[in-house]
Design a protein around this ligand. Sequence first.
Ligand SMILES: Cc1ncc(COP(=O)(O)O)c(C=O)c1O
Length: 441
Amino acid sequence: MTKFQSLLYLLRLLKSPYLIGFYRGHTHLSDAQVNIIRDILSSHDIDARTHVLEKYEEGFRDLVGNGYCHSFASGRMAFFTLMQSLGIGKGDEVIIPGFTCSVVPNAIIRTGAIPVYSDIDPDTLGSDAAAIGRCITPRTKMIVAQHSFGIPCNIDEIADLARSKDIFLVEDSALALDSRIRGKSVGTWGDAAFFSTDHSKPLNTMIGGMLFTSHKDIFENLKRATGNIPDLSEGHQKNIYRRFNYERKNYIPSHYPRSIIRETLIDTLSKFIDKKPVFLESDYTAQASGTPGYPYPAKMPAFLAQLGLFELDRWTNEKRKRKALLREYISGSETVPDQIHIPDAYYEKEKEIVPLRYIFRSPQADSLRKKVGKYIDVKGMWFLDPVICCPEGPHALGYSAGNCVNAEEVCSDILNMPCVLPDGWDDRAVSVFHDILSGTK
Ligand SMILES: Cc1ncc(COP(=O)(O)O)c(C=O)c1O
């Protein structure tokens, strides 16, 4: 968006009665639950904190499958620590999809290794075995296979390839939780997997990441590497807690327009004042060394693990709701095949998709994005670039135009509809979507 378009967008928001956000605040938590979270934040009882972290890791593991889980302050930190524990470093190559967030290649360059971008499969919007095969060289030490937006990629083919070449396979499951192929969960197909639980992800703990592996030796090796990982500072944890309360109150559709206006103003002003870290913002750059303001890697804060436990309790219901919403979006899209291209993966019987977002492509993407943007926050539409969020641009992280042709095409015409909504808003989102497609809005 140009500055002028952003200004118009903000002015329009002033008149909006509501805006369905891509982020959902924890409006569903009771005050008693929030008090429990706050008590853990202020507690200095190390045993109690450890106990909460262990319970959260166990709960998460039970959702994914048979194996071991280790929590971190973010998915990228889980990925980084895994690479370190495997001795990946200078001169090694790690294959990732050219359809990712800059924190992933940033974690690779922190180890001294080189990110190599493989193209995506437009049918799943995730990693593609043939494209990965073309990127393998004698220096390849790891393959990262990504599941996008809740859709499992064809991970069985990628696992066969990795096994045949004897290369370590990690699933980037930051955007998919509990989705399955033939009943087997994402995260359990590779040698290991990492998940993200930041506030835009399937399970929202504000910030957070998890490493899963079914292999005891890999886990023990990782545990050794995590021995001295520090906590985020108390001040940083308090900032996150404040932000959690802010989102709980304001990230509901009726308050969302005002919060976007407020946040845009604060963002503009923050160029002149020192902004305190909340979301581990510095890891988005192309800089390999040092992270001002917090340790990298860092532990998952215990109060957020407690938040994770509350979210796990709600998961079965959430999963059912999200799958039902996806069916509604798809059936609406089927009525306008000239406007909407639905990725094939949504029709694959073997795949159980727990959607993070409903993804489709459109030859009229620009005008549809504008129309959708009146009712739904499209600022977070993923992914409009093969490597998003890097202030220096994708090239600074080693991505060159033309590296991933499919991904670039998808970025030009992709749209997302949110599947993670507060109670009572699913029907509203579906009816807005239908009205836009039928031309009534
Ligand atoms: C595809 C993908 N992988 C990994 C990550 C990293 O997750 P985290 O923010 O928890 O480090 C992200 C973050 O947006 C992502 O989009």
